[in-house]
Design a protein. Structure first.
Length: 296
C-alpha cells in the first residue's frame, strides 16, 4: 500500500515465489477464488456496498490476465469489466471523468476498470498534446503543474465521495520492469497466436518509459488516500501478482463485515410451511430409462 513518498525505482518488480510449484499455485489461486465467490455472493445479497477495482500498468504488465484469472470464479451477474481506450468524439465532448462515471458499479456489485480516469493524469501527462483534443477552453489550461494538480484534486474528491456513499475502491498498479516488458513484447511478436495482442504503439511508448515512471510516481503520491489506497504489485511474475491481488481483494471484502439480510419471523414461518408442502408432493415423472422427463 502506498504511503507518503513514492520511488518506483526502489520498489521491487519481482519478489520470492509465493508458491512452491505450478500445481501449488493453482491450488492457492483456486482456494482464493472460492472464497472470493462466497464473499461476492454475500456482497450481492446484502446490497449495501459496491466494489470498484482499478487496474493501471504499462503495456504487457498482465492486467487482462490478472482480471481473468482472479475473477473467473465470480458470478458474472454481480461483476462488470470496463476497458477504457482512446476517447470517442462523444467522450471528448464531456469532462474527463464522464465516461468512467457512467460505469461505476451499483450496490451489491463489483466493477472493474481496466485502465481508468487515471489515464488522464498519466498518458495525457506524458503526451500533453492530447489536451488540445479534449476541447478544454484555453483559459482553463493552467500552466506548469496546475492542470495536473487540479485533476488529482478532482479524482481524490470523487473517490472520497464514492467511499462515503458505500463504494470500496481498491487500486492496483502492476509494477513491471522494463526488462520484463521487452521479454513479453518479443514473446508476442514471435508467437503467432499472440500477434493480435501487439500494436506498433506498444513499442513506441517504450521510448517514454522514464516519463511514464515519473507520471506514475506523481499520480500515486497525489491520489493514494485512506479511502482509496494504491497497491503497488510486483508484476514480473504473473502468478505472484495474481495471488497478491486476490489476497488484497479478499482482505478488503472481509473488512466490510457483511451479513446476509435477516428474514422476518413471519417470512421464516411461511417458508417452513412451503417446505412442508413441497415435501408432501409426489415424485417427478420419469422416463423408461429412469431419467427425469422434460417436455419442451
Amino acid at each position: 500500500m502506498v504511503r507518503g513518498g513514492v520511488s518506483l525505482a526502489r520498489m521491487p518488480t519481482e519478489i520470492a515465489d509465493l508458491y512452491d510449484s505450478k500445481e501449488h499455485y493453482r491450488e492457492l489461486l483456486e482456494d482464493l477464488r472460492e472464497t472470493l465467490s462466497e464473499l461476492q455472493d454475500l456482497l450481492y445479497a446484502q446490497d449495501r456496498w459496491a466494489i470498484l477495482l482499478i487496474f493501471q500498468a504499462m503495456d504487457t504488465a498482465g492486467k487482462d490476465g490478472a482480471i481473468k484469472h482472479v475473477m473467473s470464479g465470480v458470478n458474472p451477474q454481480g461483476c462488470q469489466v470496463f476497458s477504457f481506450k482512446q476517447p470517442t468524439h462523444e467522450e471528448l465532448d464531456h469532462d474527463f471523468l464522464w465516461r468512467t462515471n457512467k460505469c461505476l458499479p451499483e450496490r451489491g456489485r463489483i466493477g472493474i476498470f481496466n485502465r481508468s480516469y487515471y489515464e488522464e493524469v498519466i498518458v495525457t501527462r506524458v503526451h500533453p498534446e492530447i489536451l488540445q483534443r479534449q476541447k478544454i477552453p484555453e483559459s482553463l489550461l493552467q500552466p506548469n503543474e496546475g492542470i495536473w494538480k487540479g485533476r488529482y484534486r478532482d479524482i481524490v474528491n470523487l473517490e472520497d465521495y464514492l467511499s462515503r456513499n458505500g463504494t470500496r475502491i481498491i487500486k492496483f498498479f502492476l509494477h513491471l520492469s522494463r526488462k520484463e516488458q521487452k521479454k513479453r513484447l518479443l514473446d508476442r511478436i514471435r508467437d503467432n497466436k499472440k500477434n493480435w495482442k501487439m500494436s506498433l504503439g506498444d513499442v513506441a511508448e517504450r521510448k517514454f518509459w522514464s516519463r511514464y515512471m515519473e507520471a506514475y510516481e506523481h499520480c500515486l503520491r497525489a491520489t493514494s488516500s485512506a479511502a482509496a489506497p494504491w497497491y503497488v504489485v510486483p508484476a514480473d511474475d504473473k502468478r505472484n501478482a495474481r495471488l497478491i491481488i486476490s489476497r488484497i481483494i479478499l482482505e478488503n471484502l472481509k473488512s466490510l463485515e457483511m451479513r446476509y439480510p435477516r428474514v422476518p419471523r413471519e417470512q421464516k414461518e411461511a417458508l417452513q410451511k412451503i417446505a412442508r408442502q413441497l415435501e408432501r408432493e409426489k415424485g417427478q415423472a420419469v422416463g423408461a430409462s429412469g431419467n427425469p422427463v422434460f417436455l419442451l
